[in-house]
Design a binder for this molecule. Sequence first.
Ligand code: TYM
Length: 332
Amino acid sequence: MEIVVSGIRPTGNLHLGNYMGALKNFVKMQHEYNCYFFIADYHSLTTHPNPKDLHNNVKQVLAEYLACGLDPESCALYIQSDLPEIPELYMLLNMHAYKGELERVSSFKEKAQSHPDNINAGLLTYPVLMAADIIIHKATKVPVGKDQEQHLEMARTFGNRFNRIYNTEVFPEPYAFNYGSNLVKIPGLQGGGKMSKSDGDNNVINLIDSPELIRKKMSRAVTDTGPTEMNTAPTPSVQNLFDLMKIVSEENTSKHFTDAYANCSIRYGDMKKQLAEDMITFLTPIREKIEAISNDTSYLGKVAKLGAEKAHDSATKTLNEVRDVIGFRKFY
Ligand code: TYM
């Protein structure tokens, strides 16, 4: 059976972008493939979170995974830092990862520009750690949003390079995956291209956001001065709202507002109110489950332990092969 791996960084509450780009696929894939889903807490260290926040965020994301429907019996659901095999493979892959190719990765260039005071080696080698996460289980399918596409290309590069150098076929090629079609990019509320926390909390709708908060954020969503001529294309910020509507609203609701835009009768206030109510309907069952699970520390502990055991079994097998082909053989 094909192997699937994916993870999300614990940087706070998960938002609708994480859900649509990744989590929704995880939930379906767990019944169709051999799946390894994890919380990428090592990756979150590039921004130096304080220990209390890190712990709480990991706990929150674990509860959110479960609330969205991940079943710890059907897949391996684990915390990245519970698997020492990952940093070991990361270190080994780093020996064949080159500064030039890492500096050309767009996510590195963006972060280096936005945080010039914190261009650490972990940030530079982020794609190597991500490759280790994926190939440690010999995954071929990786459910992610559009923004991770280049990282998947790097994972293939590092896996193929290892195979070539050691004349082996340990690692198959992993590809980004999304059910049905292309990888998705969910837009933000502030006119930005991508729903992302780095553009502020008002840019994202979190899975845990209360109805009041969703209404408030939607009322502040960026629009424009409105169409003045029939059948003109919406500006990017308004197009974002139409795109969000396609995800959470009924088809005829979307059509109603698209038609109203086309004939210049649209009232953005009404559209944003409708979108808020449809988001609330969409997210309420998830929010209620998150609230029910997130304080059940003993259940979360059991889940994390079971996941670590399953993931450890698979990771040790691969790492033993890797150590052997490299030439690390026991003298005792
Ligand atoms: P992260 O934590 O930034 O995001 C987690 C997942 O959510 C998707 N996503 C989106 N998809 C569509 N539209 C959006 N606006 C949006 N925002 C986030 C991301 O594409 C991602 O799938 N490097 C990864 C975490 C990671 C990983 C891995 C993923 C570490 N190791 C191994 C897969 C396999 C990251 O930072 O994702």
